[in-house]
Design a protein around this ligand. Structure first.
Ligand code: PBG
Length: 326
């Protein structure tokens, strides 16, 4: 059958019908809010390239968590910005490292789900995601560090560990380190298909990564590769990843969809800093409707097949969804 018997517009005639026929639903529990804790500040400090996003000090956890919960968000992804950096990124696994302090602070003052981002780039003086040897990031030496970091984060109270460094074998090594330390129930959310992306620009500003003009192309994926992403995901699943991730999100919706079709593992997508800042910049200039663009971008990422979305919009979108429902 076709026109004139078929008229697609019949089912688009009222908002109520539209709601009945919506195929994709986003809800507050889909969203994970990234949080930046900076050891060198005493009050919230805005990130210039990310309007509406701040660095937080290592204090005031109760108010911070309360505000987040009040907006309907129940999980956060913690990043730390240390006062001192060194070659080995030793603050990443120090008992008193910024990330461990922040994790303890949130867990002691709230029931938020705390996911710990596990990487070394915020902690190394060269800004790479691992130990550098002969000008290159040494994969296997870095894995030893990752194991130590995972255990330190779990001991601090993290509910989940999210390795983002793209070292080969990282999921397996972290799984073993956690199990050996008695944390067999702590899940791993693996940044499996992480692309070497220009959209991380504002994040590097936010975490004061001393990276300069270096490139992570020796460990992050090149943006045109789709089959390689499936291979990465397959390896992470076989090493014990509980959740896999595609990052960034909006330019990689095809990767999310293909992963959804091929794997039954839950999928997270990371709407990264540049994706957020582009929408915000255009909205601030009056070039697009920021609220609608936010909703559309998140709905699209969910429609592509992700189960959860890490986004700087987590609080704002959850507030909007609560208003809609009323
Ligand atoms: C690095 C890391 C990055 C992000 C999260 N973890 C960036 C990078 O690889 O430079 C990006 C997050 C964002 O852009 O919002 N471990």
């Amino acid at each position: 059958m076709k026109f004139p018997e078929v008229r697609m517009r019949r089912l688009r005639s009222t908002p109520a019908l539209e709601e009945m026929l919506s195929e994709t639903i986003i809800k507050p529990s889909d969203f994970i809010l990234p949080l930046f804790f900076n050891e060198m500040i005493t009050k919230d400090t805005p990130v210039p390239s990310m309007p509406g996003v701040s660095n937080h000090p290592l204090s005031g956890y109760e108010d911070l968590a309360h505000g987040i919960k009040n907006n309907g968000v129940s999980s956060v992804l913690v990043f730390g910005i240390p006062a001192t950096k060194d070659k080995e990124g030793s603050q990443a696994y120090d008992y008193d490292g910024v990330s461990q302090k922040a994790i303890r602070g949130i867990k002691e003052n709230s029931d938020l789900i705390v996911i710990a981002d596990l990487c070394m780039c915020e902690y190394t003086d060269h800004g790479h995601c691992g130990i550098v040897k002969d000008g290159n990031v040494d994969n296997d030496q870095t894995l030893t560090q990752y194991g130590k970091i995972a255990v330190a984060q779990a001991e601090a109270g993290a509910d989940m560990i999210a390795p983002s460094g793209m070292m080969d074998g990282q999921v397996g090594v972290i799984r073993k380190a956690l199990d050996d330390a008695g944390f067999c129930n702590i899940p791993i959310m693996a940044y499996s298909a992480k692309y070497c992306s220009a959209f991380y620009g504002p994040f590097r500003d936010a975490v004061a990564s001393s990276f300069g003009n270096n490139s992570r192309s020796a460990y992050q994926m090149q943006c045109g590769n789709r089959r390689e992403a499936m291979h990465e995901i397959e390896l992470d699943v076989s090493e014990g990843a509980d959740i896999i991730m595609v990052k960034p999100a909006s330019s990689y919706l095809d990767i999310i969809r293909e992963a959804r079709n091929r794997f039954d593992t839950p999928i997270a997508a990371y709407q990264v800093s540049g994706e957020y800042s582009m929408i915000e910049a255009a909205a601030i200039n009056g070039w697009i409707d920021g609220k609608r663009a936010m909703m559309e971008s998140l709905l699209s990422i969910k429609r592509a097949g992700s189960d959860m979305i890490i986004t700087y919009y987590a609080e704002r979108v959850s507030r909007e969804l609560a208003l809609w429902r009323r």
